[in-house]
Design a protein around this ligand. Sequence first.
Ligand code: ATP
Length: 319
Amino acid sequence: MQKIAVLTSGGDAPGMNAGVRAVVRTAIYHGLEVVGIRRGYAGLLDGDIKPMPIESVGDIIQRGGTCLYTARCLEFLTEDGQRRGYERLKELGVEGLIVFGGDGSFRGAQKLHHLGIKTIGVPSTIDNDIGACDANIGFDTAVQTAIEAIDKIRDTATSHERTYVIEVMGRSAGHIALAAGLAGGAESVLVPEVPYRLEDVVAKLQRGVARGKKHSIIIVAEGAGSGAEVGRYIEQHTGYDTRVTVLGHVQRGGAPSAADRVLASRLGAHAVELALKGMSGHMAATHHGELTSVPFDEVFRAERKPSRAVYELADILSI
Ligand code: ATP
């Protein structure tokens, strides 16, 4: 193998830059030429591709977002689009492709793998919903960002003796909500994986007020419901002064945490080494802290659910 390409796809995640840096530097260390494909599969089809010398990834390890930009590309869902992508890579002499992204991006990578390009995926999504590995790049930073916001909201909740409903991201997964809820000391955490009744949330709030609590924080995962509706329900059924904050895309930005930089650096380098060994159609991953690789088919079958034990702990600690 002499030439590889790297792209970032789907939602951006803090740490993608550290991962791209690791890919470029590891590849160059092993004597490979590297090109960067901008805007994911859209850039592949448009030919938005540039050489990535060693200095192209200087001063990015600490930056959020992705220096390669990212996009969603409907055309790549079609066989024609995938074939065009394959041909573009062949024209460029690219034999290996490293894809940073989530489940959808890996499905695209698997199509290229079947067409004959050696592809390795690197799990990168703040939602942390890619299973068969310890963690996804960006999750740790997103939780940290959520916690910082929750701590600030708690200050004002205390001052005004209010109930705050905070909606966090995570798409159809409750990982951010659960981690932020436990670390942020929330009274209730609503996640899509565990059925809940708003009557129970209200009853818990009322028990807290009865024993002298002056303020409360309820965390709602976006996949579990609307923060606005939960807030309205609580206000209507308790009369408590209730405010709603939707944290939104602040959770996607910001400098990656140390943990995300370390994870992205390890997985980016490992992805290149897997491709050099001739592997393809796999995700680079850590399992119990050790580097490993998992076939895409297994990744697609694996479902990562928030830990029930952690969910119950959050409930116990907020009685
Ligand atoms: P995130 O979890 O952050 O949203 P993702 O990788 O799951 O990331 P998607 O929007 O699902 O994000 O996928 C990114 C891109 O991957 C799509 O826009 C499309 O170009 C490509 N893709 C998704 N699914 C497929 C598929 N089944 N076949 C080929 N390409 C796909």
